[in-house]
Design a protein around this ligand. Structure first.
Ligand SMILES: [Zn+2]
Length: 289
């Protein structure tokens, strides 16, 4: 892990989850996201290695690969973390995310994978203003995800889009609302800034083309689903088909992410009147209209 400069006052630590670092003073910074479990110590080494201390954390959303370092850093520095009130609900309750993904309380394996830290000092970003920080809602990937812009024009756009190199190999991206996700993709093309940094993938000066690739990717997944649903098909058969089309490995975590996301796609297609849904022999089935 290393620190890269993105603007006059803004840096980031590239990694599996990119971590934003913004100078709030001569020797102090705030962080934008904290990576996965165990990343807190590594982030702290880089920050304290510069002689800086951490003022506070912003979580663009509260998925486990974005707040993994929170507990360690919040306790060490005695600092709060800011996120939206919607996403805070998930952070505050250990089993809520896993239960949402599963559609009911899941077995221990899934509860452990998606476990959240609880009430460790999260604060509402809606109710507080942070000097030098602007933010905007980017719903679709989660209910309350935000993008953060630092005063020197650097955007941290969280999981609002997938990097082009990622899309080439993996077409799947988790989301909770297809309509809002596509609206967000259209919206981020209008943002002005010097550099756009996604949570996963490379920083770019212009993301219009990347956003368009993502819109095409969603359209491709919608087409795949309609292709699978040429005749009435159950959810498990749809998921079996999507595993194949996406080349995705089958495991408990992937299954939770895929089935939750595909349910959102099916709901979107039903709302758009592109799929019909009915019970056949007491099995819920979908078919393209
Ligand atoms: Zn996420």
């Amino acid at each position: 892990m290393e620190l890269k400069q993105a603007g006059g006052k803004t840096y980031y630590i590239p990694g599996r989850t990119n971590i934003g670092v913004f100078k709030t003073g001569e020797d102090s910074v705030c962080l934008i996201d904290t990576g996965s479990a165990g990343d807190g110590e590594k982030i702290d080494e880089i920050i304290s290695g510069r002689g800086w201390k951490i003022d506070y954390i912003i979580n663009t959303h509260t998925h486990i690969d974005h707040l993994g370092g929170n507990a360690y850093l919040m306790q060490k520095y005695g600092i709060p973390a800011y996120c939206t009130e919607f996403d805070m609900a998930f952070a505050h309750y250990a089993d809520l995310e896993a239960s949402y993904m599963n559609g009911g309380k899941p077995a221990g394996k899934l509860r452990r994978i998606f476990a959240h830290p609880g009430k460790i000092g999260f604060r509402s970003i809606e109710e507080n203003s942070l000097a030098g920080i602007a933010w905007t809602p980017l719903p679709g990937h989660t209910f309350g995800m935000i993008g953060v812009k630092t005063s020197d024009g650097i955007w941290f756009l969280a999981d609002s889009y997938l990097s082009c190199d990622y899309i080439q190999n993996h077409r799947f991206g988790y989301l909770c609302d297809v309509g809002k996700y596509v609206e967000t993709l259209t919206y981020i093309k209008t943002l002005e800034g010097g550099l756009f940094i996604p949570a996963h993938g490379i920083a770019e000066e212009d993301i219009a083309e990347t956003a368009d690739r993502n819109i095409e990717n969603v359209a491709g997944l919608l087409a795949d689903l309609k292709d699978i649903c040429q005749d009435f098909v159950s959810l498990d058969r749809i998921l079996q088909g999507m595993y194949g089309k996406l080349g995705m490995r089958v495991n408990v975590a992937n299954h939770a992410l895929l089935s939750s996301t595909i349910k959102s796609y099916l709901a979107y297609l039903e709302d758009e009147k592109e799929l019909e849904c009915k019970f056949i022999d007491r099995i819920m089935m979908w078919k393209a209209v």
